[in-house]
Ligand binder design. Structure first.
Ligand code: SF4
Ligand code: SF4
Length: 378
């Protein structure tokens, strides 16, 4: 597997890393970690909240079982959040939410060490930093960063990281604080908004873990349209395109949530292909976006149409519509259906054809007709 050129705690970070948030069982964790490490995966991302069922059954305890025999080879990372992760409020050490004081974060790291059955972490992340306010909260005297740095001084972990869905400008602020040795941010071929931050990280010699490289699973399925268009560029599938695009950026490791030996083997097979040059990656991206742009109805996701009085998240719904109707990706339909179960913003059938969005859309899109199409076709 290709190295990123970076080392964390003296261990070479390779360009495929393992997200440990999806294992269905401890057996799956053990199988996946073993297959990954044997194939050259080094970095493992965990959190106290992932897969949480009880103090004994959670991501950290399962990974603790999976890394037995591999501890010295791997870069083991854990994390905790200053905020409530958008789901729960109040101090919740079991899941690592709302960890706001220096004392709390120190105890939190200790808890991760116990669950992971280790006496040090290679990396510890400030988690879910989605807004400047969250970052400021972590920096306050007696707060998260102060506690983490004390734990680092005491040898509980080696490298400090930060992760969240902030935009490029804010991520550059994280990097310029010079507090962090590694960053973990969303990045995939369909969302290039954080490229300035990735380039800045590279200039500052900070490794980047790219979370969501398959765009929430969207790029995990095949697209016959894409494959035939990209054949001459050596792209065999949307999945191939997504993983290799991420890792064509120097210093980036694709953080993929794998759950079995087969998934590891498939990811490794793809990632072991020759790394694209910047020019190759650009060509692939151009083909993808020209295909999307060939749609009769191009939503530029400018958001001028919002808010919809029915609460529909119009740009996101139209984005999935285009992936399905233009690229023939069934994963887009599945993603829409799974989101619409729990999230009213993905219910196109709630459109009452009021026309408010259409009068604001600079591209003149017949949004209400497209919403009807989505609710019928999907
Ligand atoms: S036409 Fe439909 S999608 Fe547009 S604002 Fe009205 S309810 Fe929302
Ligand atoms: S205003 Fe039109 S182009 Fe912009 S996000 Fe809304 S539907 Fe898309």
């Amino acid at each position: 597997m290709n190295p990123t050129g970076y080392y964390i705690n003296g261990k070479s970070l390779t360009n495929l890393s393992l997200g440990c948030m999806r294992f269905p069982s401890v057996e799956s964790a053990i199988e996946t970690i073993s297959a990954g490490v044997e194939s050259g995966v080094v970095y493992l991302d965990t959190s106290p909240a992932y897969l949480y069922r009880s103090e004994e059954e959670n991501c950290e305890t399962w990974v603790g079982e999976g890394i037995k025999g591999y501890r010295k080879q791997i870069i083991l990372s854990a994390k905790s959040a200053v905020g409530g992760w958008g789901q729960e409020s109040g101090y919740n050490p079991a899941k690592g939410y709302s960890i706001t004081t220096a004392d709390q974060v120190y105890k939190q790291i200790d808890q991760s060490l116990t669950r992971l059955q280790t006496d040090y972490l290679d990396c510890y992340h400030l988690w879910a930093v989605h807004t400047p306010e969250t970052f400021d909260e972590a920096l306050k005297p007696g707060g998260w960063v102060e506690g983490a740095l004390k734990a680092k001084d005491d040898g509980l972990f080696i490298s400090l990281g930060i992760t969240g869905h902030a935009g490029s400008e804010e991520i550059i602020r994280w990097i310029n604080s010079e507090l962090f040795d590694v960053i973990t941010i969303p990045f995939n071929i369909l969302d290039n908004s954080r490229i300035p931050a990735i380039k800045h990280a590279y200039e500052k010699s900070i490794p980047v873990l790219a979370m969501n490289p398959l765009a929430g699973g969207l790029l995990a399925s095949s697209s016959s349209v894409l494959s035939s268009e990209l054949d001459e560029l050596g792209v065999e599938s949307a999945y191939d395109m997504a993983l290799r695009y991420c890792t064509s950026f120097p210093g980036v490791s694709a953080l993929s949530g794998m759950t079995s030996k087969d998934e590891v083997n498939e990811n490794v097979r793809v990632i072991n292909k020759p790394t694209w040059t910047e020019l190759q990656a650009k060509s692939v991206k151009e083909v993808l976006f020209s295909l999307l742009g060939s749609s009769q109805y191009i939503c530029t996701t400018c958001k001028y149409c919002l808010p919809c009085p029915q609460g529909i998240w119009i740009p996101e719904v139209l984005k999935l519509r285009n992936y399905f109707s233009v690229l023939k990706m069934d994963s887009a339909r599945k993603l829409y259906l799974s989101r619409s179960k729990n999230d009213d913003r993905f219910r196109a059938q709630n459109c009452v054809k009021c026309g408010a969005c259409e009068s604001r859309c600079p591209n003149g899109l017949p949004v209400s007709t497209l919403m009807e199409e989505v609710s019928e076709v999907f």
